[in-house]
Design a protein around this ligand. Structure first.
Ligand SMILES: [Zn+2]
Length: 363
């Protein structure tokens, strides 16, 4: 079969490799639609972010190696012994991070807390290939009301579900969201479905502000024109928002907001309120911790997403409570287009992309 393999950072080639053989507890699946995550895309070009050292080590010692491709919709073609939750013909999406099955958390039935298991696309081959071998434990069946293209966003959406759950939004809480890329727009809609009151969003891009209004923001601020901190204070009686999500930060080289949006987010939370850090910065940064301490701010980071989060993501999209179509801006066709999808996703700002670029493999 054909599969994309990495020979080094920035060097991917479409190779002939042996087709994987189905194993107990696994399924063999045909990828229908797949997208590189932002993390995949940055790592593909050697840009430091989450898991950079682990990927560098694999490239140094094992290249050529099949990497990335955990955000997908695939059709099951064969099931291994013991598989009960899916059958041939089912469409599936997956969570990326898997429990190890043998650590104390896993043995106590708390496998949602396990951090030792493999990640699809990092330690296990992903879906930039004609066939993929996937562990059943990773999979969720995709509802018929969800398109292949929407299903490819499920993994990222389940991370957003986990981020909103971490925030513990109470009914009527005011929410501000910095960054209206795919995760910001997902957090917006999930926060709305979770009982948030006033929701204010912030982005520098006009197209992102437009999508944000269309998807339910009460006020979508353009960070180019308005002072977002003053505007959020004004909209919340001078207090700041109960909950703030920071989804804009990261390297300006990739069109992200640097650390400025984090500093603004800190000033936009009410005293005693919660700030959820969704962004990856790719480098250490300086923070005035006393400023957070003085105002009793709760700085939180999202829990890793579980199968329950993924199942909820499917329900949210199938029922229309979360809409993904307005965020899918770039769709390519055929396995040969995969490198272009990496390039667009690594440079979303330049390409005016919201969601990662998708590749339809089986129209
Ligand atoms: Zn474990």
């Amino acid at each position: 079969m054909k599969a994309w393999r990495f020979y080094g950072f920035g060097d991917m080639r479409l190779d002939d490799v042996p087709e994987p053989v189905c194993r107990p507890g696994h399924v063999l699946a045909e990828p229908l639609c797949v997208q590189p995550s932002v993390t995949d895309s940055q790592l593909a070009f050697g840009i430091p972010t989450l898991a950079y050292e682990a990927i560098k080590r694999r490239l140094d010692t094992e290249a050529p190696v099949q990497l990335f491709g955990h955000e997908f919709c695939a059709r099951v073609v064969e099931i291994g012994a013991g598989v009960t939750r899916v059958k041939p013909g089912d469409r599936v999406a997956a969570r990326a991070k898997l429990p190890c099955g043998s650590c104390p958390f896993c043995l106590e039935g708390k496998n949602h807390l396990c951090r030792k298991g493999p990640i699809i696309g990092f330690q296990l081959p992903g879906c930039f290939a004609e066939r993929a071998l996937l562990p059943e434990i990773a999979l969720v069946r995709v509802d018929d009301r969800i398109s292949d293209s929407e299903a490819a966003c499920m993994q990222s959406l389940s991370d957003s579900v986990a981020a909103v759950e971490t925030a513990g939004i109470a009914i009527g809480d005011s929410v501000a969201i910095y960054g209206q890329g795919s995760m910001g727009l997902e957090c917006l809609q999930i926060a709305r479905a979770s009982g948030a009151g006033l929701i204010v969003t912030v982005d520098v891009r006009e197209e992102a502000c437009r999508a944000s209004r269309e998807l339910g923001a009460d006020v979508a601020l353009s960070a180019r024109g308005d002072d977002p901190v003053a505007a959020i204070q004004g909209l919340t009686g001078g207090n700041g928002a109960d909950v703030v999500f920071e989804c804009a930060g990261g390297s300006p080289k990739q069109g992200l907001a640097g650390t400025q949006s984090l500093l603004q987010a800190i000033e936009s939370v009410r005293s005693g309120g919660k700030l959820v850090g969704v962004s990856w910065f790719g480098a250490p940064l300086e923070l005035d911790v006393d400023r957070l301490r003085e105002r009793s701010l709760r700085l939180l980071f999202p829990d890793i997403s579980t199968l329950a989060h993924l199942e909820h993501a499917v329900r949210l999209v199938a029922s229309g409570r979360v809409r993904l179509k307005p965020t899918i801006t770039h769709v390519l066709f055929g396995l040969a287009a995969v490198p272009q999808a990496f390039e667009i996703t690594a440079n979303k700002g330049k390409h005016q992309a919201i969601n990662p670029a998708q590749v339809v493999l089986c129209p």
